[in-house]
Write a protein that binds this ligand. Structure first.
Ligand code: SME
Length: 163
């Protein structure tokens, strides 16, 4: 059985380093994309404070389609270039949105979401797997430590699925 850790950390960085290690252990030995995406979402959603949605949008060759996630039911399809997720997918750059109300074109799946971070997931061959999206009900929830930490977690995920 996988035990979620619940002790406090000296810093966000330390927390993310520990989470990366937990993710490595959780995904080790399994290559199935959906299984690993589901467990990865559950690990992050239940480990990070002030988060109301954490999950994947997977690229189906033409648009993003919601994948495994934790949180309330979400928008199903997002076109490339639309919203925070579609922007991350098109630009292939992490989007750190401190206030979603100030992001032109933000797609509000859950009215509670106030800030958001989206990391593009690019395979070794350069093609797009999808994006990793985390929402918070708190404005300004995510900072540079979150950007670095989330990107490191996504690298662990991509390594596990050999994406
Ligand atoms: N807010 C996202 C849509 C996905 S939900 O937050 C789960 C966006 O603007 O792309």
């Amino acid at each position: 059985m996988f035990e979620l850790k619940s002790h406090s950390y000296a810093s966000k960085r330390e927390h993310y380093e520990d989470l990366a290690q937990q993710a490595r252990g959780l995904l080790a030995g399994e290559r199935d994309l959906i299984a690993n995406a589901a467990n990865f979402s559950a690990l992050i959603y239940h480990s990070l404070p002030e988060v109301n949605w954490a999950g994947f949008y997977l690229y189906d060759g033409s648009e993003l389609v919601v994948g495994p996630f934790q949180g309330k039911p979400a928008c199903i399809r997002i076109a490339l270039g639309r919203g925070v997720c579609g922007t991350a997918a098109q630009n292939r750059e992490t989007q750190l949105v401190r206030d979603v109300n100030a992001f032109d074109g933000h797609i509000a799946c859950d009215a509670a979401s106030q800030s958001e971070i989206v990391v593009p997931l690019v395979k070794a061959d350069g093609s797009l797997l999808g994006v990793w999206d985390v929402d918070s009900p708190v404005i300004n929830r995510f900072d540079e430590d979150d950007r670095v930490g989330m990107q490191a977690l996504c690298a662990v995920f991509m390594e596990a699925v050999r994406g």
